[in-house]
Every structure is written in C-alpha cells, then in structure tokens.
Ligand binder design. Structure first.
Ligand code: UDP
Ligand code: MG
Length: 336
C-alpha cells in the first residue's frame, strides 16, 4: 500500500545513491565588479545544461575589494540562492582567499576558479565526470599559451623547470589553481598548517590519483590582471623556497669545493715560491678573490635571510586571512 508511490530507486534499495552531489566553485574576487554577473550567468548556463544531476554553490571570497564587488555579489545572490559570499577584512592575496574558500566550502568536491572566465566553466562537466569515475584530483592543464607575451611564457616555463628541479614534490606544468579537489583532499588541505599558501605545491603534495583535462586559456573577459612581474617574482620565490631547502644546502657544497680549491692554490704558491723565489705581483688576483668570496658570502647570507624571514612569518602563527562577514549562510568555520 502506497509502495508504488515511491520512486523507482527506493524500490530497488538504491536510496543512498540518489543523494545529490554538491560541488563548490571557489571564486576569489578582488575588484571585479564587472565580472560577477557574466560569471554567474555562464555558470548557471553550463551547469544547467551539462550537469543537471549535480548541485553546485558559487562561493565568492571577496578579497578586500575597494570597488562595488560586494554589492555585485549580493545582487547575484538575490537572484540565485546558490551564490554565497565571504568577505575578508582586507586584501590578503589570492592564495589566502582560496584557503578561506576551502575552509568555507560545503561541497563534496571543490573547484577553485578565476572570475574572469579565463578558467573556462565548460570544463566543469568533464572534470565532474572524471571525479565520479574515481579521480580525487582533476587538474586542468593549459595547452596553449599563445595569448601570453613571450616574456610571460619564458618566465612561466623557467619557473616550472626550476621548481621541479629543486622541489621533492613536482608540480604539473601549466596547471594553475583551476582543478577539481575531492572532499577528502580538501580536508587534508585544511589541516596543513603553513602560513605561506603556495597552493600549486600544496595541491600536489597531498598526492592521490590525479587525472587531467586540457584547455586553451582565453583572454580576460573584463577588468585587468593585478599581477605585475615583481609580484610574480615574489610569488615564484615563495613557492620555491617553501617547497625546497636546496638553496640552503647548496652552500655547504660550494664552500667545500672552494676550500679544496684554496688548498690546491696554496700548495701551488708554496712550491712556486720555493722553486722560483718570491714573486710579488698579485694585486689583480687578490682583488678578484676578495670580490668573489665577498659576493658569495653575501649571497649565501641573503639566502639564509630569505628562509629566516619565512620562518619568522610561520612562527608568529597569525591567521592566514580574517573574515569580516559572511552572507546568507550559517557557518561554523573560523579564521585561518
Ligand atoms: N584575486 C584575488 N586577490 C588578489 C588578486 C587577484 O582574489 O589579490 C583574484 C581575481 O579577482 C581573480 C583571480 O584572483 O578572480 C585571478 O586574478 P587575475 O585574473 O588578476 O590573475 P591572472 O589570471 O592574470 O593570473
Ligand atoms: Mg585572470
């Protein structure tokens, strides 16, 4: 009686499988007032047509924007309850904002993505499919950087080369933050204690089966990139120094080789003097040696300083980000 009214799955005892999966799109935004509406519209279109069986939330992390980003998100939220907003108390940088996003996401999987549509939402269905096929991580790799300037391509390539040469945990070439992370991976990331959030490296440190989808990266839809070369350089330095202690250790070897060389030279000078007598010219070589050792010493001390500065930042243990307010949802997550 009434049995027939139940959906087919209940009769077949497959109730548990009908729980709809939730995917959290984590979108850090910094002064992006003009990009919010096109982004949510595109997402609604893609998810509605290609992934109707998956629920999703769009979690905007407002990284201390000084323009009308916050009202723009609130407007989107009024139209669509799947939009959520976390406001940070100031600009903490994209990696910190992403960290806040991972902390606040409710999904069974999370996908960090840029708001400027440079991470094409059309890839999401493909990523979700691989995820449902068992992958815990699905990387989105750029196969075409022809939109970038040659300088950007060269610096990006050298970065990946140097990073992978030095770091124990390699990172995949041309994979940015755009990727799908299963809840299990998100929970590991949330437990990682470091203040310096170099996400690319953290994401691959976690491990798990990773699969890949590829795409061509389009140009920015609206607004401008906030990345200058100076910022990129510091970003790369942070990444390499947080993933490797090689720059620190290499000085023991340099020092060792130089002391061997100096012993050999000392022996040479001794025998030369014994055989040919004293010989005073040597101004040039003295100056060169002083400059060389002085330079090397300063360089090595500088590297030490880079690490010590980072250790200092870590031991202070300040929160990675500070939440000013959240909008339209109950949440127990706390700062940092
Ligand atoms: N972003 C952020 N905080 C910042 C800088 C950028 O949250 O301090 C966001 C930005 O709004 C965008 C994403 O990070 O959604 C990527 O930024 P951008 O497009 O400037 O970087 P690019 O695509 O040039 O790497
Ligand atoms: Mg961009």
């Amino acid at each position: 009686m009434g049995y027939e009214k139940f959906p087919k799955q209940v009769k077949e005892g497959r109730v548990a499988q009908t729980k709809r999966l939730l995917v959290s799109l984590i979108v850090p935004v910094y002064n992006e007032q003009d990009s919010i509406a096109p982004f949510t519209a595109t997402i609604a279109k893609v998810m509605g047509t290609s992934c109707p069986e998956i629920d999703y939330e769009v979690l905007f992390i407002n990284d201390g924007s000084s323009d009308a980003t916050e009202p723009a998100v609130e407007l989107a939220q009024a139209a669509d309850p799947r939009v959520r907003l976390v406001n940070l108390s100031r600009n903490f940088g994209k990696d910190a904002a992403l960290c806040a996003g991972l902390e606040h996401a409710h999904g069974d999987a999370a996908i960090p993505m840029d708001v400027d549509l440079q991470d094409p939402p059309e890839l999401i269905p493909e990523m979700v499919e691989k995820w449902q096929g068992g992958a815990k991580v699905v990387n989105a790799r750029r196969i075409d950087r022809s939109h970038d300037t040659w300088l950007k391509r060269l610096t990006a390539n050298s970065f990946y080369k140097i990073f992978n040469l030095l770091a124990e945990q390699k990172i995949p070439m041309n994979v940015g933050d755009y990727r799908l992370l299963d809840r299990q991976v998100v929970d590991v990331l949330r437990q990682m204690g470091e203040r310096a959030r170099f996400n690319k490296a953290l994401f691959s440190w976690v491990g798990f089966d990773a699969q890949e989808v590829t795409f061509e990266r389009p140009n920015r839809r609206a607004g401008e990139t906030t990345w200058t070369y100076w910022k990129l350089w510091n970003f790369a330095l942070d990444g390499i120094l947080s993933a490797s202690t090689m720059p620190l250790r290499v000085w023991s070897y340099v020092g060792f080789l130089l002391s061997i060389a100096s012993f050999i030279y000392a022996a040479f000078v001794f025998f030369y003097t014994v055989v040919f007598g004293a010989d005073t010219p040597g101004y040039a070589s003295t100056v060169i040696l002083i400059l060389m050792f002085g330079g090397l010493n300063l360089f090595a001390v500088g590297i030490l300083g880079e690490y010590i500065g980072r250790i200092y930042a870590e031991v202070r243990g300040r929160p990675i980000y500070v939440v000013r307010s959240t909008s339209d949802f109950e949440d127990t997550a706390h700062n940092g």
